[in-house]
Ligand binder design. Sequence first.
Ligand SMILES: C[C@@H](N)C(=O)N[C@H](C)C(=O)O
Ligand SMILES: [Zn+2]
Length: 236
Amino acid sequence: MKPYHQIPIKDCGEPLIAIPLSNFAVELPHPYVKLGAEYGERSPYCLRQGVVKALLQAQFILEKRYPHWKIKIYDAYRPVGVQQFMVNYTYETLVKSHNLPEKQLSAQQRQDLWGQVYQLWAAPSLDRKMPPPHSTGAAVDVTIVNDRGEALDMGGEIDELSERSHPDYYISDRDGENQQYHFNRQLLYRVMTKAGFCQHPREWWHFSLGDQMWAWLRDRNQLTDKSVQTARYGRV
Ligand SMILES: C[C@@H](N)C(=O)N[C@H](C)C(=O)O
Ligand SMILES: [Zn+2]
């Protein structure tokens, strides 16, 4: 259980709608579909109506300052089944990277590896009081591409299991290249938060609006008067 799971959810009932992809850049084919994840009848490129509106606002803010630059959508809606698939996939990839058959791992080694997985991924819980953020249609993983269609270098990859995923990893670096990574991350942070999103404290690419994490972060960062915040989006 994460601290944000204490936040009560009062779902506002807004529908999941297709993201108007022509306004953005998109990672295609979808990275998790490529790995074999099954989405059923819903596309990964949909979000709650209010979240799509905010994402369009973020795109507007970006292109006002940088004409023809685009927010690039890596992932959006994710059913709990896909969350489970990605959690398992990440664990199996970690095991392989240790060059050991899973059966030979000690209980401690297994526990450590699962700990690393859950540093990055939310638990694939079916409990309606603690939905994985992407299963609410309120979370989106994004980066930025410039007017030549090139992704800005953020000094780390989306979904990277490392310290470099921390949004402020390069903050105190005065070295030229690392400073540029921090600048690029700051640009993404600014356009998304100006549109109302909150950023995951450990992942430079993950933003959400209206889910439990968002309500908890707003409370923590004192962005609201109310001491008890409520999430407006639960599991779809
Ligand atoms: C791992 C990344 N793609 C992500 O979305 N992480 C958050 C915490 C999640 O799993 O909801
Ligand atoms: Zn995410």
